[in-house]
Design a protein around this ligand. Structure first.
Ligand SMILES: Cc1cc2nc3c(=O)[nH]c(=O)nc-3n(C[C@H](O)[C@H](O)[C@H](O)COP(=O)(O)OP(=O)(O)OC[C@H]3O[C@@H](n4cnc5c(N)ncnc54)[C@H](O)[C@@H]3O)c2cc1C
Length: 587
């Protein structure tokens, strides 16, 4: 194996978190930095005139290739896990920018109590209210400590929205249930397409508090604090699964890459697939020496480094720690070990599929266009008499209806599943159907976790990651509670036909839900129950930091990217201000 000249910093993964770290360290220090990204290079120009739905949305051009690397899946310990040979319930990205290139751009913060979920839930309802097999934990960081970093992330992307709580002052038209904010959003809310506007009006008549969902798809031209300018969105509807052809959707390649490219100290090496983090015992702990990766020629090389950031997204972060033998793998039977524990996946389903008389003009939209009702989020409502804890958001999105991905939804009364009757109904319904969607919290459980599969391997011959995950009664009862609320909202909108959510059975790995998968390398206040400290630093290996949603002890109802960027900002401040002066444990 060839050994390369050493660098100060290796960042594994060139997505949202990896490139944010590269930009921050590249502009604030003189460290030499190598970003190792397994996929291709990318820039905004690649997306002009490439809105090919078949290629991007069906053949999933921008995602990890499951023929090279996938995961195995089972519901519980008694089952044998099988590999997912096609993408299903989530879509891991690959290439420069990672999943941040083909994301939707929805940018909500987590509720303050999410960060202290164990403490707050126990205080309000008593420890016995948590499910017997829960693994819920506090994060070791509070919302107040993160607030300024959320603001930085919003300014980086120019988020379009309406504040509902500025320093405790509730503001009509924004999310009055959100945590306090120090500032209004950088840009005003985006335009609301017809379906979302109808939802807003209906929600108001029912006494709810609808607000425009915060969006990284700009409502107006914006220049961020780094001097990066982007244009406004024109609602073409090609956001999720696509890169933005005009750069209106904030993506790592249009907000981070242009700054990184001005720094000679940062090199992005594409087609560089990291296989191991190399480490050795050092005193009472461990020290990372660098990483091994397979380069573009197929040769395996060793890249020595003083500081390593693991930023390869939730599942890859967990797998690379397990493959590298860093930390004790979690054992659900003994409760011992930390790596792999607390796997969660955002609760997400269409609470009510609606059908209208009038066309909805759904060809126009954007990945974050939508009105949201948070009256049933978190602990915004009392759970004393309810058979579940926590909650989530009811949303009416207008993503932009695309023919291949969206065609084929028919009312319940249509029994045919193919043929002329079905075709007629599907054509009739095409621009008259849309959903009231629910995004909810997923508690952590002792039995939902990740480890290395004993049977199946990737194209290098390394064990695949095995997911063991299933829904529990808390999610099922939450779904039973919110589904009638979604139906009530749909009725108030004047829908002529409504299909309610049928309820949760077992976790379905084949149905796309969201790519909001969390856990595996969780953060916390003690090395016994977490992998990394509240600065995302590995407890036993101080020169290793792990970025991304693998740090989340459990899922919140909101989308993860604002929180994972805020955590990365907080970590880089501690690294620049303290660690680089004294390379030791930050907590
Ligand atoms: C269709 C879709 C829509 C989404 N919409 C939203 C949304 O609206 N709001 C929201 O908050 N979130 C959304 N997300 C999730 C969001 O994209 C992620 O939270 C975010 O990108 C995570 O950042 P990351 O840096 O952890 O991972 P990524 O951005 O995925 O980057 C990880 C990078 O690591 C690379 N990598 C992996 N393994 C290796 C290896 N062994 N060696 C080298 N490189 C490696 C990958 O190729 C990838 O480029 C969406 C995701 C998808 C797929």
């Amino acid at each position: 194996m060839k050994t390369l000249p050493p660098v100060d910093v290796v960042i594994i993964g060139g997505g949202w978190t990896g490139l944010l770290m590269a930009k921050e360290l590249g502009t604030r220090t003189s460290l030499s930095i190598a970003v190792l990204e397994r996929g291709k290079p990318r820039e905004t120009a690649d997306y002009s005139a490439t809105m090919d739905e078949l290629d991007y949305a069906i053949r999933l051009h921008m995602m990890q290739d499951p023929a090279q690397e996938t995961v195995t899946f089972r519901h519980n310990l008694t089952q044998r896990a099988l590999p997912l040979r096609e993408h299903g319930s989530f879509l891991p990205g690959t290439g420069v920018g990672g999943a941040g290139e083909h994301w939707n751009g929805q940018f909500p913060r987590f509720l303050p109590d999410c960060f202290e979920l164990l403490t707050k839930t126990t205080e309000r309802y008593g420890a016995k209210r948590l499910p017997a097999d829960h693994a819920v934990q506090d994060w070791g960081v509070t919302y107040d400590e993160l607030e300024s970093h959320y603001t930085r992330a919003e300014q980086l992307l120019g988020i379009s929205g309406k504040a509902g709580n500025i320093r405790g002052k509730k503001i009509d038209g924004g999310n009055i249930f959100e945590g306090w904010r120090s500032a209004e959003y950088p840009t005003p809310p985006i335009k609301m397409p017809y379906f979302s506007a109808m939802y807003r009006d209906a929600a108001k008549t029912l006494g709810y508090h609808p607000y425009p969902y915060p969006a990284a798809t700009l409502s107006e031209p914006y220049t961020n604090p780094d001097g990066i300018s982007r244009t406004a969105c024109f609602y073409c509807g090609f956001c999720d699964r696509f890169g933005c052809m005009v750069g209106a959707k904030g993506q790592p390649t249009n907000v981070l890459l242009p700054v990184i490219q001005t720094r000679k100290s940062v090199a992005i090496r594409t087609a560089s697939w990291v296989r191991r983090i190399v480490h050795e015992e050092a005193g009472s702990g461990r020290k990372v020496r660098g990483v091994t990766y397979v380069d573009a020629t197929g040769e395996e090389v060793f890249q020595p480094a003083e500081l390593v950031f693991l930023a390869t997204w939730t599942l890859n972060n967990t797998r690379l720690l397990l493959l590298s033998g860093i930390g004790e793998p979690y054992n659900p039977e003994t409760g011992k070990g930390t790596v792999g524990r607390n796997l969660t996946h955002q609760v997400c389903f269409a609470g009510a599929i609606t059908f209208f008389e009038k066309p909805l003009n759904r060809f126009m939209g954007s990945g974050a266009a939508g009105m949201c009702v948070s009256d049933f989020d978190g602990d915004s409502f009392d759970h004393s008499e309810l058979p579940f804890l926590r909650g989530g958001n009811l949303l009416a999105y207008s993503f932009g209806y695309r023919p291949m991905t969206s065609f084929g939804v028919v009312p319940q009364a249509v029994k045919a599943r193919w043929g002329s009757e079905w075709k007629k109904a599907a054509i009739d319904a095409y621009d008259r159907t849309a959903s009231v969607v629910f995004n909810g919290e997923h508690l952590a459980y002792k039995g939902n976790y990740m480890d290395l599969d004993p049977t199946y391997k990737d194209h290098f011959g390394d064990p695949l990651l095995r997911l063991t995950i299933d829904w529990r009664d808390n999610e099922r009862k939450m779904a039973e509670f919110v589904t009638p609320k979604a139906v009530e909202l749909a009725r108030a909108m004047g829908a002529k036909d409504i299909t309610p959510f049928a309820g949760y059975g077992s976790y379905d790995a084949t149905r796309y839900q969201t790519t909001h998968v969390q856990g595996g390398t969780i953060m916390g206040g003690s090395p016994e129950r977490s992998v990394i400290n509240p600065y995302l630093q590995h407890w036993q290996t101080p020169n290793l930091f792990v970025l991304g949603a693998s740090a989340f002890p459990q899922n919140a109802s909101a989308n993860p990217t604002p929180t994972l960027l805020a955590l990365a900002y907080r970590a880089v401040d501690a690294i620049v201000d303290r660690y680089l002066k004294n390379p030791a444990a930050l907590a």
